[in-house]
Design a protein around this ligand. Sequence first.
Ligand SMILES: [Zn+2]
Length: 120
Amino acid sequence: MASERPPSPDPWRELKRRRAIMGCAALAGLALFLASFPLARALRTDKVLYAGLLLFILAQVWGSLPLFDFRCPGCGETFVHDGRWRRNAFTRRCIHCGCGPGSPGRAAAPGRTSPGSERG
Ligand SMILES: [Zn+2]
């Protein structure tokens, strides 16, 4: 019986959790790749190195999938990619509106005016 995780009240905490998943997957993939070197030497074949490299790449892709699904609390768009060419899994600011962890949303984004100042 799988239990569904309730949505976090702080969306930036959810971003941090997804970044941690990506980091753990990257480290696990790197460990598998590095472990393939002595195994390849012991078995005297390069195929183990290619398998280790493939596992490294698959761990990177799998680990980054939750991060690429994250929606910006400020604008509602995807946080780390724009759906076309711009993508940065290591960005600290939304690729669309520029808001980031610690900011309440659109109001704190650089280059944007706060909703209260637009009435002016
Ligand atoms: Zn945004």
